[in-house]
Design a protein around this ligand. Structure first.
Ligand code: C2E
Ligand code: MG
Ligand code: MG
Ligand code: MG
Length: 277
């Protein structure tokens, strides 16, 4: 009957919600212990000078090796880490480990002196009042020059108090650190304030680049971001370059930097090191 059917739908719905809630709780609990259990590792995706193919640096991408569930994607656990506030200690560890790794490479390989390490920062980290002190301390302890560090933030952060965000960005760039706006073109971006922001690079979101020839819109948006960066004196970085055709089109648009599976997937520290050597 309809009543029975309604009831079983209701039960199914509840079961699904219940399962989701349990999964979420398990994830939170596991995340709380993941740092001390040393379950995080860092991957390094090369950022390449598109005209020469030379290495410009690496973007650091975190990986979580859960003891039972295997590798969990940052797209799945970073939001949970942000909701719970765990992103702050986890983010500190990532910054520390990334700076230490790049400093070590720069000591071992003279060619690595010119390379930059690019670290993703969540909004909770950026608005954390201890961030500046913490970064100064990490740079001092690891011996990494501030010029070797880039921080990636997302457009959505400007939905917060934009002048407070910009004050924090100014403190970072005053130290010599570079700022990239990640996933550019997908979020809330107002051209009227972009020129006032203390940023250095626009990273063109991979949804445009990986599907460059899928639509005129993707081509137009990509070209516009590259021209916009040029106008503002910023560097455009294309993410998600997967084919030679995409590379050639980006070069024709005048884009100087990029990353993607065409060059390399995110690499283990060992493989990244062999690339530097
Ligand atoms: P993102 O910062 O935009 O990083 C780029 C993502 O694109 C990475 O996914 C990378 O593996 C993937 N990718 C790179 N090249 C290609 C390509 O050619 N094709 C395709 N289809 N994908 C490509 P990943 O590692 O899964 O990271 C996802 C997101 O998680 C990142 O997006 C970033 O927002 C976040 N994330 C990763 N690591 C960290 C971190 O250490 N801290 C914070 N706060 N967020 C992080
Ligand atoms: Mg990024
Ligand atoms: Mg990105
Ligand atoms: Mg992206």
């Amino acid at each position: 009957s309809a009543k029975q059917k309604g009831k079983s739908c209701y039960t199914l719905f509840n079961q699904k919600m219940y399962k989701q809630a349990i999964w979420r709780l398990e994830l939170e609990n596991a995340l709380r212990q993941a740092l001390e259990r040393q379950e995080f590792t860092l991957c390094y995706q090369p950022i390449v000078i598109l005209t020469t193919g030379e290495l410009a640096g690496f973007e650091v991408l975190v990986r979580w090796q859960h003891p039972e569930k295997g590798t969990i994607s940052p797209a799945d656990f970073i939001p949970v880490a942000e909701d719970t506030g765990l992103i702050v200690p986890i983010g500190t560890w990532i910054l520390q480990a990334a700076c230490y790794q790049m400093a070590t490479w720069q000591i071992r390989f003279p060619a690595a002196k010119a390379l930059k390490i690019s670290v993703n920062l969540s909004v909770k980290q950026l608005t954390d009042s201890s961030l500046i002190t913490q970064i100064k301390q990490i740079l001092q302890e690891t011996g990494l020059a501030s010029q070797s560090l880039t921080l990636e933030i997302t457009e959505s952060m400007f939905m917060e108090d934009i002048s407070a965000i910009n004050r924090q960005l100014k403190r970072l760039t005053a130290l010599g650190i570079q700022i990239s706006i990640d996933d550019f073109g997908t979020g809330f971006s107002s051209l009227s304030y972009l020129h006032r922001l203390s940023v250095n690079n626009l990273k063109i979101d991979r949804s445009f680049v990986s599907n460059l020839f899928e639509s005129h819109r993707n081509l137009n948006v990509t070209e516009t971001i590259i021209k916009l960066a040029e106008q503002l004196g910023l560097e455009a970085i294309a993410e998600g370059i997967e084919t030679q055709e995409q590379l050639h089109q980006l070069q024709a648009f005048g884009c100087n930097l990029g990353q993607g599976y065409l060059f390399n997937a995110p690499l283990s520290a060992e493989v990244a090191e062999s690339l530097i050597a």
